[in-house]
Design a protein around this ligand. Structure first.
Ligand code: PLP
Length: 409
């Protein structure tokens, strides 16, 4: 069976060019870049080049601002906990309710350890209110941590603007951005529009590099103490022998992403838009989450009213389609997505949510397959749904009441 992979916000296929670039660092170039002999010095040179490639991708002249980590979760932990450690006199943090758990849980940890966290909410379109953000800034604010693009909906926050108003209010506040979903899909110039961002995290495996490599950008002068202490690697900001094959792979993946920016913006966006328009036209009672907000070109989050979503992904999987749900299975119970709940997606729809996330490897044929199969899957599940028959003649409000009275999870 042909697999249609439409879950690229979860992880991506490693690009063949990336595998090729990594190869020698598993074999003849295995040396530790910190060793003194000549073959190791060649590996050290490759490390310097990779760091420069990553810096160049973000328009930076100073490659020393790039710290290689193990993943975006580590970068987020290092940014948030490292800032709190560096500035114990300030105890207030601002973040949003729709962050990835790699930020949410770290901020909750700070709360448990005596910090006060302001959790900014979003509106029904998934947007942040900039006025509300400005009002949340305080003289004791230590850190702002706000994501660039949301992993579930693709909604893009105006990070350039939020970072600028933060610095205009108080240059001592550290601005961190989890850009795991936007790096490689959008141009981010840390020397120009994004020059007020102090710390920026991302991960290789969302942009066709392997899992197990991440980056934390630390603008020179930003107070941020290291999370991993030990060896002198990464200029003392992250101990541990450098993961050379993966570092080289990440740098190659960023070069490739750069050469595909135009394709992402036009062809991938075109595929996503066709998928969205066709599903909206063929399936009754659906809503596109975040449709009115700026979104990543590759992401579609769609909620189908009156079905219970867990069946949807299994049925899609049966016909070779890999997508993901707006719901996450936690400890055996199906919890609706915290992002969709924050956007107040109606109760009748939140469980029937699917995220399709595309990449440059998706084709027109993939979209044809999904648009043929998905409406049938929804129709099948609605036939089995206790809510569907009863809602057809009922006004929407009555149907929502009906579901509320019969909760399953
Ligand atoms: N932040 C965002 C927005 C993400 O989407 C993810 C992964 O899905 C992460 C952080 C965590 O990335 P990693 O798996 O590299 O730790």
């Amino acid at each position: 069976m042909k697999i249609v992979y439409a879950d690229n916000n979860a992880t991506t296929a490693v690009a063949p060019e990336v595998v090729e670039a990594m190869g020698p660092f598993f074999t003849e170039k295995f040396y530790n870049p910190s060793s003194m002999y000549e073959p190791a010095q060649k590996v050290q040179e490759a490390l310097v080049r990779a760091r420069e490639t990553v810096a160049r991708h973000f328009g930076l002249a100073d490659a020393g601002a790039i710290v290689f980590t193990g993943c975006a979760s580590e970068s987020n932990n290092a940014a948030i906990l490292g800032s709190a450690k560096a500035n114990p006199r300030r105890r207030h943090v601002i973040t949003t309710t729709v962050e990835h758990p790699a930020v949410l849980e770290v901020c909750k940890d700070l709360e448990r350890n005596g910090c006060e966290v302001t959790w900014l909410e979003v509106d029904g379109d998934g947007r942040l209110d900039v006025g509300q953000f400005v009002r949340a800034l305080r003289p004791d604010t230590l850190l702002v941590s706000i994501m660039h693009a949301n992993n579930e909906t693709g909604i893009i926050f105006p990070i350039e603007q939020l970072a600028r108003v933060t610095k205009e209010t108080d240059p001592a506040i550290v601005f961190h951005c989890d850009a795991t979903q936007s790096v490689g899909k959008m141009r981010i110039d840390l020397a120009q529009e994004y020059r007020h961002v102090d710390l920026l995290s991302f991960s290789g495996h969302k942009l066709h590099a392997p899992k197990g490599i991440g980056v934390l950008f630390i603008r020179p002068g930003t107070p941020c103490r290291p999370l991993l202490i030990g060896g002198h690697q990464e200029a003392g900001r992250r101990a541990g022998t450098e993961n050379m094959p993966y570092i080289v792979g990440l740098a190659r993946a960023l070069e490739l992403a750069e050469s595909h920016f135009a394709d992402e913006e036009t062809r991938v966006r075109g595929l996503r838009d066709r998928l969205e328009q066709t599903l909206v036209a063929t399936i009754p009672h659906v809503q596109v989450n975040g449709r009115a907000a700026p979104r990543l070109p590759n992401t579609l989050n769609i909620s189908c009213h009156f079905i219970e979503g867990e069946g949807m992904l299994y049925q899609l999987s049966d016909v070779g389609i890999c997508a993901s749900s707006g719901s996450a299975c936690t400890s055996g119970s199906l919890e609706p997505s915290h992002v969709l709940r924050a956007m107040k997606v109606p109760f009748t729809a939140v469980h029937g949510s699917v995220r399709f996330s595309l990449s440059r490897y998706n084709t027109d044929a993939d979209i044809d397959h999904i648009t043929t199969v998905f409406p049938q899957v929804v129709a099948n599940l609605r036939r089995m749904s206790p809510y569907w028959d009863q809602q057809r003649d009922a006004p929407r409000a009555d149907a929502e009441e009906l579901i509320r009275a019969n909760p399953r999870s």
